[in-house]
Design a protein around this ligand. Sequence first.
Ligand code: NAD
Length: 486
Amino acid sequence: AKEQAAVIILFGGSGDLARRKLYPAMFGLFQRGYLQKRFAVIGTARRPWSDEHLREIVVDAVKTMPGATLEQAQSFASHFYYQSHDVTDADHYITLKTLAAKLDDQYQVGGNRIYYMAMAPNFFATIAEHLKSEALLTDNGFNRLVIEKPFGHDYASAKALNDSITATFDESQIYRIDHYLGKEMAQAIMALRFANPMIENVWHKDFIQNIQITLAEAVGVEERAGYYEQSGAIRDMIQNHVMQLVADLTMAKPDSLTSEAVHKVKGDVFDHLHVYTPEEACDNFVRGQYTAAVIDGDAVTGYRDETGVAKDSLTDTFVAGKILVDTPDFEGVPIYVRTGKRLTRKSTQITVVFKPAKDNLFNTSDEPDTLTICVEPSEGFDLVLNGKKLGQSNDLIPENLAFRHDPKLAKQAPEAYERLIQDALQGDQTNFTRWTELAKTWQYVDSILDAWQNNTTMPEYPAGTMGPKESFDLLARDGNEWHWQP
Ligand code: NAD
């Protein structure tokens, strides 16, 4: 049966993520029949709301979605219940337990439960502990914990968080969100690599010169300075999203598409991350901060002048690095990664640069073949090959075989959160991160952050550009350059 039955307890039901992403995602599942009659959502937060108020919020959040009618939105929202809840108060969990049991019965969900943590991460551990001490977990259905990022601030805090959630849930019940793994083109990497022998056979250090991953944001720090000052680009984007893409791009072919098989080959990549000495780390990872600029006639504030940011802040709003993966297939292949705020536009692009032909027989120099995977906003790929210039010559010219998903159809495909919530309901952990993966990537990122500690120089880049000069130098040193579709 398509229909999934569960009571979903959402911690942080009045939050921004819930309204912008989670309610629309669940509504998508409702429209597509994965959620029908046998489900209920308990939204919890501190405010003293009523069920009716939450339902209005939910209707507002979903009524303009493609294909939605007001009636459908209201029917969906009728499954929502609100429980005012202070996550530090043990008594409140008893009330929650009683409500969950009542809804379990009313909607006949058979004890299936999802606990979704969508609030400030400093509460994750407290909630998990109370779920155990107040015995909220059922014994007749599944109990799954879905947990948002950030998963820790460094290895030590991630480990502490993991210890506290694993006191209540075992690894097979934990769904750690990395929403990049829910994106269409991130999920398409495996098909591209393993369903095409012409790609698969050259996906190897003998043929790949370098790999590049850019996650660019156009926005600045917005209202999140409090969080961002403690985080920075390397923690916010590299440790999770970028590292997961690195694994998708360099892992060996899994035996099958099961979660077990995929995590096995991914784990192997994380086990082989080349850890730098402190000097190497400073040479191979550069950071930067955006400075004031005028973009399209608008004055944009520099990072250190943003509200809530220290005047002498050393927080990285940009980072570029060279990652090496010491597996037999990828040893020595530079994987250049960069991410930052206030770059030229919001876009995620991956480019694989192939090695040149061994002997060039032609009159003109050959460009490297490249395969660019456009993750967002447009979705598709570009394969750039050397062609022959039109006419009677032997001159080469780069020719682009471009594919893009039809934006209209792409918009109708389920959004990242919808896919991930569906996976959690179905018990598929493929597109969630494992603790062992997080442990390795945090240790890697910690080693870079430690190296930066002794270096107080902060390269700058004007808002609206692609980062500091040091980022371009990083590739130039190896005779390479960033590929980027502006
Ligand atoms: P938010 O501040 O908008 O919402 C936080 C929620 O927690 C609110 O519902 C609030 O009432 C509740 N809350 C706070 N203290 C509480 C307490 N003591 N007891 C009970 N409830 C309490 O935050 P958000 O932006 O929705 O983010 C939630 C989580 O999702 C965070 O972990 C964040 O890092 C993560 N996340 C958010 C986004 C996003 O786009 N907003 C994206 C990725 C990850």
